[in-house]
Design a protein around this ligand. Structure first.
Ligand code: HEC
Length: 169
C-alpha cells in the first residue's frame, strides 16, 4: 500500500462514520416529530387508522391453514382434544373473516353449514377413518369457497403432508 492510500483509508472511514451519525441523529429527530395517531389523533382519525390496519382475508387464511393442518395431524396422532381445540379456533377465525370482510360472509356461511356439524360429530367418535372423511369434505369446501371467491388456484390437500406444531410429534 502506498502512503497516499494508507492515509486516505482512515480519513474516508472517519468521514463515513461521521456522516452516518449525523444522518441517523437527524433521522431520529425527524421520526420523533412525526405525529402518532394513537396519541394525538382525534377519535375519527384513530378509528380510520384502525379500520385501515384491520387484518383481512389474506392475513387470516395462513392461520386457518395452520389450524386445518394441525387438526388433521392431531387426529392422526390420537390427540383428540387438541383436534377439537383447532376446530373451535377455526370457527372463530371464520367469524373474524366474515366480520373483517363482509363481502366474504355469504361464502363463509355456506362453508360453515357444510362442514362444522359433521366434523364436530366425527371428532367426537375418536375414530380416525370417520374423522379423515370429514376432513376431506372440509378441504373440498375450503376449495369450493376459493373458487366462489375467484381464487381457485389456492388448493387445499385433504391430507396435509406433515404436522407443523410443536405440540405434535
Ligand atoms: C370465504 C371463503 C373461504 C373459505 C371458507 C376458505 N378460504 Fe382460504 N382464502 C379465501 C380467499 C378469498 C383467499 C384469498 C385472500 C386474498 O388474497 O385476499 C384465501 C386464501 C387462502 C390461502 C392463501 C394464503 C396465503 O396468502 O398464502 C390459504 C393457504 C387458504 N386460503 C387456506 C384455506 C383453508 C385451509 C381453508 C379451509 C379450512 C380455507 N382457506 C377456507 C377464502 C376462503
Amino acid at each position: 500500500m502506498n502512503r497516499v492510500s494508507a492515509l486516505c483509508i482512515p480519513i474516508l472511514s472517519l468521514t463515513l462514520l461521521l456522516t452516518g451519525t449525523v444522518y441517523s441523529s437527524s433521522y431520529l429527530a425527524h421520526a420523533e416529530k412525526a405525529p402518532d395517531w394513537r396519541v394525538t389523533g382525534t377519535p375519527e382519525e384513530q378509528l380510520e387508522a384502525l379500520v385501515k390496519i384491520t387484518p383481512g382475508t389474506s392475513h387470516w387464511m395462513p392461520e386457518i391453514a395452520y389450524r386445518f393442518q394441525t387438526m388433521y395431524w392431531a387426529g392422526k396422532q390420537d390427540k383428540w382434544e387438541f383436534a377439537e381445540y383447532q376446530i373451535e379456533a377455526m370457527e372463530k377465525m371464520m367469524d373474524r373473516v366474515a366480520t373483517a370482510r363482509t363481502k366474504r360472509a355469504a361464502s363463509i356461511n355456506i362453508f360453515r353449514e357444510n362442514v362444522f356439524g359433521d366434523l364436530d360429530e366425527a371428532v367426537k367418535t375418536q375414530n380416525f377413518e370417520v374423522f379423515e372423511e370429514a376432513v376431506a369434505i372440509m378441504s373440498s369446501e375450503c376449495m369450493a369457497c376459493h373458487t366462489r371467491e375467484g381464487f381457485s388456484y389456492i388448493t387445499v390437500p385433504a391430507v396435509p403432508t406433515k404436522p407443523d406444531s410443536i405440540v405434535l410429534d
